[in-house]
Design a binder for this molecule. Structure first.
Ligand code: MN
Length: 264
């Protein structure tokens, strides 16, 4: 079976290499890695269409996987991996293990989650893996969680058009308080723009500011991580607000006349 690994921290990132080493231990699995040639965190689901994608095969000591570095986004990597580089469609895509969490509203900005979403768009089961810390990270337990979930998905399959968004506490395994299947909470940033002046006298802004966990209620991914639990959130591609459709229909929207007349 073929598995594709990718990430948004770049092809040489520790989290990806720990994941690769773990997945290479799984029997009957052929591992391929297609990842950005440099860090592309917070790049969302962008794809590259106005310039070529450069692809370079790289070798990593001790690995028997084929590994490509791509001059594009995480979503590009999943797309070009599945459509052009791999010998056939993978049975699973795993994105990560990201340095830092991807909780709640983060999923809209995350390159890690976007790479997994792109797999779901292409009909391939996917997992996005993130470790909830930034310093002195040990990816070994998170790698074992990824292998465990991969084994289950390869056996049971995944509901179509969906993926798992998994966040792991950055703790020694004995301090992890179990796991919870969660829904997305709400996490925002206080979006402080620092206004500065450059050497030429021109004004520029730098986005800074910290995270605010707006909704960390029981059952959310934000809440589970705060309780030192592994959080597993199934995410679906359908962003439709189905419950709002009746309300919008009730507006009885009267479109402007096509000839330029009408009320607007
Ligand atoms: Mn990242």
């Amino acid at each position: 079976m073929v598995i594709l690994l990718t990430n948004d921290d770049g092809v040489h990132a520790d989290g990806l290499q720990a994941l690769r080493a773990q997945m290479e231990k799984m029997p009957g699995i052929e591992v391929f890695v297609v990842a950005p040639d440099k860090e592309r965190s917070a790049s969302g689901h962008g794809i590259t269409i106005h310039q070529p994608l450069r692809v370079e095969e790289v070798s990593i000591d001790g690995s028997r996987a084929r590994i490509w570095a791509v001059s594009g986004t995480p979503a590009d990597c999943t797309k070009i991996g599945i459509r052009a580089l791999l010998p056939g469609p993978p049975s699973l895509v795993i994105s990560g293990i990201n340095r830092g969490p991807n909780l709640g509203t983060d999923v809209f900005y995350s390159g890690t989650v976007a790479a997994a979403l792109e797999a779901a768009v292409l009909g391939v089961p996917a997992i996005a893996m993130s470790l909830n810390g930034y310093e002195n990270l040990d990816y070994s337990y998170a790698s074992r969680v990824a292998a465990c979930l991969a084994g289950i998905i390869l056996k049971r399959g995944m509901t179509p058009n969906s993926l798992l968004n998994v966040n792991i506490p950055a703790l020694e395994p004995e301090h992890i308080a179990g796991m919870e299947v969660t829904r997305l909470g709400v996490r925002r940033y206080n979006d402080e723009f620092e206004r500065k002046v450059d050497a030429k006298g021109d004004v520029y802004y730098w986005l800074a500011g910290g995270v605010m966990d707006v909704e960390n209620a029981e059952g959310t991914d934000v809440g589970a991580i705060q309780q030192n639990k592994v959080s597993i959130t199934p995410i679906h591609l359908d962003l439709t607000a189905h419950w709002a459709m009746d309300e919008i229909c009730a507006w009885e929207i009267d479109l402007p006349d096509r000839d330029g007349g009408g009320p607007v």
